[in-house]
Design a protein. Structure first.
Length: 141
């Protein structure tokens, strides 16, 4: 397990918390598959499928937040969007490397040392402020 859900920060909007929770599940499944692939317990197609699932989920996650920020005129939208775009660029680069080299260590290293710390920090900072702002307009359960 890369990130324990109990340790993951919560924000003021339940829809965002739900999206984050799903993403942590997908991220952890991908991470476990990489470890299992490195031990010869699963095939490369399993890692491919879970990596695709993870990439699609991140894109949907970012799109959901960006749509709300645009709809309600979030003051820091350009900065938040820029951070999403930066991470998507990184993920596209990692995906390209993965498809070219099939090196599980590169993917594992990125998830451990880049994505996991980033997502926790991003939620604690940008998403927390964003959710507080959006909670004035969006009421979900």
């Amino acid at each position: 397990m890369l990130i324990r859900k109990e340790d993951f920060p919560q924000v003021a909007l339940s829809d965002m918390n739900n999206i984050h929770s799903t993403e942590i599940d997908i991220l952890n499944s991908l991470y476990e598959a990489i470890l299992n692939y490195m031990e010869g317990k699963v095939d490369i197609e399993t890692v491919d499928r879970l990596f695709d699932d993870f990439l699609n989920d991140v894109k949907e996650h970012f799109s959901f937040e960006q749509n709300l920020m645009e709809k309600y005129g979030f003051f820091a939208y350009p900065m938040h969007r820029g951070e999403h775009d930066r991470v998507l660029y990184e993920l596209n680069s990692i995906e390209k490397l993965w498809k070219e080299k099939r090196n599980p260590e590169t993917l594992k290293d990125y998830l451990e040392n880049q994505f996991a710390p980033w997502i926790i920090n991003h939620v604690q900072t940008m998403d927390t402020v964003t959710a507080m702002f959006l909670s004035n307009f969006v009421h979900t359960e």
